[in-house]
Design a protein around this ligand. Structure first.
Ligand code: SF4
Ligand code: SF4
Length: 288
């Protein structure tokens, strides 16, 4: 079972929930941070990591001496990453999606493969759990290609070990977030009971619902705001699997990089209940 922990906006406690779920998981687990623009699951789980593996994208390098200006490449590129300006062929590696089309169509061999560094993948162990994360290079705008590489590694790890996965997904509902949750078995939406939290939670539910995956909800900082999230869950048949109270010990744990589930039996039981609720959702979906 792959659980994607997602949220409509950042700062709702998504990573806190991911770390706590990993801490109470009672089967072999891979904890994976796919929030590659701002990975911070490792700050809570403190894994022992191996050497970072560089992840790159193949981009074209132009040889103007061989280019005849036929425009086959510029007509093909949908991203304007390669253009002819007068007699000069210009490439814009930061805009290239690495499809390889221009390299394939050039009749003169004027384009050769170069490489743009997207970021790094790191693998290790956090206690009994395996750990995997992606880290986008500062200044790099395109996270999905790096996420695809991390997900491919995750698939290989799961195929080999038969483990479950708890995935800290990027926040929001843009391409990286959808990209992260689309291969999950269960989506867990983390929100907070404030007007902003509710608005973004509703957007996330509407964005992910067409994927047809079972979804559960965690309300973080329960006790502040109002009950709009609970009312929405009741109206849409969304199971509310846990409420994390707005409490000093939870806030202190977060500030100190501690895992909330390890604060005491009450917290551990809350996250064990969440784990069991996610399994129930998965089993119901499998047997539906
Ligand atoms: S590899 Fe694809 S995206 Fe990149 S410049 Fe060539 S055609 Fe454009
Ligand atoms: S396809 Fe090759 S020859 Fe034609 S414009 Fe592009 S680089 Fe030049």
């Amino acid at each position: 079972m792959i659980v994607a922990v997602a949220s409509g906006k950042g700062g709702t406690g998504k990573t806190t929930v991911s770390a706590s779920l990993a801490a109470v998981w009672d089967r072999p687990l891979v904890a994976v941070d796919l929030d590659v623009e701002e990975p911070n699951l490792h700050l809570f789980l403190r894994p022992a990591l191996g050497e970072p593996e560089e992840v790159g994208l193949e981009v074209p390098v132009a040889d103007e001496d061989r280019c005849t200006g036929c425009r086959a490449c510029t007509d093909l590129c949908q991203f304007k990453a390669i253009v002819l300006m007068g007699e000069h062929l210009l490439t814009f590696p930061e805009m290239c999606h690495g499809c390889g089309g221009c390299l394939a169509v050039c009749p003169e061999g004027a384009l050769t493969p170069g490489r743009r560094v997207l970021g790094w993948m790191e693998q290790g162990a956090a206690g009994p759990a395996a750990f995997l994360m992606g880290r986008l290079r500062v200044g790099e705008a395109m996270s999905p290609p790096l996420m695809r590489v991390v997900k491919a590694r995750l698939d290989a790890m799961l195929a080999e070990s038969g483990a479950d996965a708890v995935m800290d997904a990027p926040p929001g509902v843009s391409c990286p977030a959808v990209n992260a949750v689309m291969d999950a078995d269960v989506i867990l939406l983390v929100t907070e009971p404030t007007p902003f939290g509710f608005y973004d939670f509703r957007l996330a539910h509407q964005a992910f619902a067409p994927l047809g995956k079972p979804m559960g909800v965690v309300v973080n900082r329960a006790g502040i705001g109002d009950d709009s999230v609970q009312a929405y869950c009741a109206e849409h048949g969304l199971p509310l699997l846990a409420e994390i109270p707005y409490a000093r010990d939870v806030a202190e744990a977060y500030a100190r990089g501690k895992v909330v589930a390890t604060l005491g039996p009450e917290h551990a039981a809350r996250f064990a209940g969440l784990r069991d609720g996610l399994r129930r959702l998965h089993e119901e979906a499998v047997h539906a």
